[in-house]
Design a protein. Structure first.
Length: 445
């Protein structure tokens, strides 16, 4: 069973996809792994550094990097040692160890708002449990959140995040999946990001019932929209004035431009944050990080429930320690910055000359491709100019040329590189982007 021979020929691969569809809905374990651009899942064979190989043995230069999780590259050497340590210690399931404490200590040093840490596996779990804590603290059930921001797949946050064009102004906000109770939409106040007047109005109108302002400080999940100067600070001030908690969801923005995340990059301190993605160096790990007065409201020091059989597995702790060790090295950030300078200056040059209207927006090691406009995208409404069919065509063309951009169903989501990429890789990516845009150009006419 463990020695499965992976299929390699087109017929064998098609047969496995057939088996996959009988065992897994859509043949995949995560909905977005059904790649619309390529018409099916990209089943992987192996990965190393900045590359992965599909079942047919085709090599891809990876510009998804596991949606930001493998920021050190696939299978980084830093992980090899910790895998052995975990085995030697018997994998120690469902027990904390000094490794857990050491990692929490390091995160408190790195993340400006950090005094205490609770680990979770996924970002979805992290925002779910953090919101419970916020509600318990403020006694107010409603949250203010922003269109375009993403906070995981649970029922409290898959509301008003990415409403389709004709549902942007729905009241209560748009529920992004069947099955989300209607009553939960009443708990969400959807606001426009970077619109101070709209935020002031929302906070003033709802200050009795809303206790949390939830922000993805760099909106990677829409078009990599950065906070405009003064916006985060105004949110900070408004939260203070109205007894609300300012919650930064830094699942993606943590360690993308600096070790402390967007709160370090933009100099605004939230009351609580969630971090994740790359935190486990490719192993599943996220965390809720905040000040003692708030975090100690979790049991056993306080009344708020948070527990779980698989909380903080030893392997992930060791992955976290390997990751923070790397991002504490100045060379890590020198590499990230050097690659970013080459990539983003190259992309800007391509955008200037592209036959297809395109815009690239970036923060740290991740960036968005917005197709169909050359104008800055600073609001969710602006991002609606993006043309999903062009994006799917672009991803297809790039994949044919051996560069993998995840398709996200055609939306202007985010892409990125790792510290394992080289300047030569970046040059190759630039060539492929330019070529692919030229090829899809007629489709935009
Ligand atoms: N919050 C943000 C800002 C994210 O980018 C993501 C993942 N894209 C999540 C939460 C959910 O994280 P996960 O996929 O680990 O559940």
């Amino acid at each position: 069973m463990l020695n499965l021979n992976f299929p390699t020929t087109p017929d064998e691969i098609a047969a496995w996809y057939e088996r996959g569809r009988k065992a897994l809905p859509g043949g995949v374990c995560s909905s977005t792994r059904f790649n619309q651009a390529l018409g099916g899942p990209v089943y992987g064979s192996r990965a190393k550094g900045a590359r992965f190989w599909d079942l047919a043995g085709k090599e891809y230069l990876d510009m998804s990097m596991s949606h930001g999780a493998t920021l050190l590259g696939h299978a980084p050497e830093a992980l090899r040692e910790v895998l052995d340590i975990a085995w030697e210690r018997g994998l120690l399931c469902s027990l904390d160890t000094p490794f857990h404490i050491a990692l929490a200590e390091q995160l408190c040093e790195l993340v400006p708002c950090g005094e205490r840490v609770r680990f979770t596996n996924s970002g979805t779990e992290a925002t779910l449990h953090a919101l419970r804590l916020c509600r318990a603290h403020t006694g107010r059930d409603k949250i203010i959140r922003f269109a375009g921001h993403f906070h995981g797949y649970h029922d409290f946050t898959l509301i008003g995040g990415h409403p389709p064009r004709d549902h942007v102004n729905d009241q209560p906000p748009y529920r992004e999946s069947p099955g989300i109770p209607k009553a939960l939409a009443e708990l969400v106040i959807q606001c426009e990001y970077n619109n101070i007047a709209a935020l002031e109005e929302a906070v003033t109108l709802h200050s009795d019932e809303a206790g949390t302002i939830l922000i993805e400080p760099v909106d990677y999940n829409c078009a990599c929209i950065k906070p405009e100067p003064g916006f985060l600070q105004r949110a900070r001030d408004l939260a203070n004035q109205h007894g609300m908690l300012l919650f930064f969801d830094e699942i993606q923005s943590f360690a993308k431009k600096s070790p402390g995340g967007a709160q370090q990059d933009f100099g605004v301190l939230p009351d609580i944050c969630t971090i994740g993605k790359s935190l486990g160096a490719g192993l599943p790990l996220s965390a809720i990080v905040g000040p003692a007065y708030l975090m100690e409201k979790f049991k056993p020091t306080g009344p708020v429930a948070h527990s779980g059989t698989f909380n903080a597995p030893l392997l992930s702790m060791l992955g976290g320690l390997a990751f923070v060790t790397e991002i504490r090295k100045p060379e890590f950030w020198e590499t990230i910055n050097r690659l970013g300078e080459r990539l983003y200056s190259g992309l800007d040059e391509i955008a200037r000359n592209s036959p297809v209207p395109v815009r690239f927006q970036h923060h740290g090691s991740r960036f968005s491709i917005i197709l169909g406009t050359r104008e800055p995208v600073t609001r969710y409404q602006d991002a609606l100019a993006h043309q999903p069919e062009l994006m799917l065509a672009f991803c297809r063309e790039a994949a044919q040329r051996g560069v993998y951009f995840h398709d996200y169903g055609g939306s202007a989501c985010h892409h990125g590189y790792s510290s394992a990429h080289t300047l030569e890789d970046i040059d190759r990516v630039l060539n492929v982007v330019e070529d692919s845009l030229r090829t899809i150009a007629p489709a935009s006419a």
